[in-house]
Design a protein around this ligand. Structure first.
Ligand code: MRU
Length: 348
C-alpha cells in the first residue's frame, strides 16, 4: 500500500484539515469549529486546491446549519443563503467552491423540517468528498492511458491528493501508476510565490515513493530541453465553456513552452471545475493576493520595503494550447465548446 495523504476529515461537531501552510516541516491538523474557522482556513491557504476548497466549504455550511437553534425551516434557509455567500467570498477563482456550496443549498430545497435539512447537508457534504475520491481515481486512470509511454512529466503547483479528497487530478496518474508498479519521473516546479510545488507536491510524491525532482519556475524551458520532458500535466481551478483554463500562475507559460517544444500539454480536472456558465477565460475572475506573498519568503523579507507588487494567483491558458482535458468522464479534445457540454449529458 502506498501512502497517499488526505487533507479534510469530518467529525460531526467539527472538521479537521491538514494545515498546508505548515508543510513540509510540520504535519499539523487543525480543528475548524465554525464557519469563520473554515472561511479563514480557505482564505489563508491552510486548505487549498480547487476540489479541497469545495469539500471544506461544504462541511463549513453543514457545520453552520448544525449550530443554528431554530425550528423555522425558512429562517434556517435564509441564514444558510447568507452563509453560502460568506464562504463563497473566501476565494474567487476556483469554481468548485461555488459548485459545492450551491449543491448543498440545492440539497435542502425539498426538506420538510430543520432536522431533516441539517442531516441532509451533512450527508451531501460527505457525498461530495466520497465522489471526489472516486472522480480523481478515474481521472488518474484516463490520464495514465495518455501518459503511459511518457516517463518524464512536468507539473506546476499542487494538484495532488491534498488538493482533493484523495489522489489529486494532475498527480493522480502517478499514484495509479505506482499502485500498478509503473514508474514515472516527475519534475515539479517550485511554484512561487507560496511554493505549493516545493512544499506540497514533492512532500506528497516522496511519501508515496514516486520519483520527483524539484526545479525553480525559471528552470522550466531549460529542463524541458535538457531532461527530455515528454509531457506537461496540470490541474485547473476553472475551465470556461470554450476550454480556456485558469490554473496556478505560471501554467500559461508552461503551455507556451509545451507548444515551443512540441510536447503535449494536458489539463486534468473534474467536471466540478468546468464552468459552462463562464464563456471564455476573459470572464474568469483572477484572484490577486497580498504583496507580502512576493516580498517575503518563509517570513524573510527579500525586496525593498514598499516596492510595487503585482500578485495574480492564477493565469488563463487559452484553449488552443491545451492538447486534451482529462476528466472522470473521459478525455476530450478541442474544439472544447462542443466537447465540454457533452460531458454533462449523462449528469443530472
Ligand atoms: O492557490 P491554490 O494553491 O489553491 O491553487 C491551486 C491550483 O492552482 C491547483 O492546480 C488547482 O486548484 C487544481 S487542484 C486539484
Amino acid at each position: 500500500m502506498i501512502h497517499i495523504p488526505r487533507s479534510v476529515e469530518w467529525h460531526d461537531t467539527h472538521l479537521t484539515i491538514l494545515n498546508q501552510q505548515a508543510l513540509p516541516h510540520k504535519t499539523e491538523y487543525l480543528e475548524l469549529k465554525d464557519i469563520h474557522d473554515v472561511w479563514n482556513a480557505i482564505a489563508t491557504l491552510k486548505v487549498r486546491g480547487a476540489p479541497a476548497i469545495g469539500i471544506a466549504a461544504a462541511y463549513g455550511l453543514a457545520l453552520a446549519a448544525n449550530q443554528y437553534e431554530t425550528d423555522d425551516l425558512d429562517e434556517l434557509k435564509q441564514r444558510l443563503q447568507k452563509d453560502r455567500d460568506y464562504l463563497a467570498s473566501a476565494r474567487p477563482t476556483a469554481v468548485n467552491l461555488f459548485w459545492a456550496l450551491d449543491r448543498l443549498i440545492q440539497s435542502i430545497a425539498d426538506a420538510s423540517s430543520v432536522n431533516e435539512a441539517k442531516t441532509t447537508l451533512v450527508h451531501e457534504a460527505i457525498r461530495i468528498q466520497i465522489e471526489d475520491e472516486d472522480t480523481c481515481q478515474q481521472i488518474g486512470e484516463h490520464a495514465l492511458s495518455l501518459l503511459k509511454n511518457k516517463k518524464r512529466v512536468m507539473t506546476i503547483c499542487n494538484a495532488g491528493s491534498i488538493a482533493t479528497a484523495r489522489y489529486g487530478t494532475a498527480l493522480a496518474p502517478f499514484y495509479i501508476a505506482k499502485e500498478k508498479d509503473m514508474d514515472f519521473h516527475v519534475f515539479a516546479l517550485e511554484t512561487r510565490p507560496v511554493l505549493q510545488g516545493a512544499r506540497l507536491t514533492t512532500w506528497e510524491l516522496m511519501q508515496a515513493g514516486i520519483d520527483v525532482t524539484l526545479i525553480t519556475d525559471n528552470m522550466a524551458a531549460h529542463t524541458i530541453k535538457t531532461k527530455n520532458i515528454d509531457a506537461i500535466i496540470v490541474g485547473a481551478d476553472r475551465i470556461a465553456a470554450n476550454g480556456d483554463t485558469a490554473n496556478k500562475i505560471g501554467t500559461f507559460g508552461l503551455a507556451l513552452l509545451a507548444k515551443a517544444f512540441n510536447i503535449p500539454f494536458y489539463v486534468a480536472a473534474p467536471l466540478s471545475s468546468i464552468d459552462l456558465k463562464t464563456k471564455t477565460g476573459q470572464d474568469i475572475p483572477i484572484e490577486e493576493r497580498s504583496a507580502e506573498e512576493i516580498t517575503y519568503i518563509a517570513g524573510v523579507s527579500i525586496a525593498p520595503k514598499d516596492v510595487n507588487v503585482y500578485n495574480p494567483a492564477f493565469d488563463v491558458t487559452p484553449n488552443e494550447l491545451i492538447t486534451a482535458i482529462i476528466t472522470e468522464k473521459g478525455i476530450v479534445y478541442g474544439p472544447y465548446e462542443q466537447a465540454l457540454p457533452r460531458l454533462f449529458e449523462s449528469e443530472h
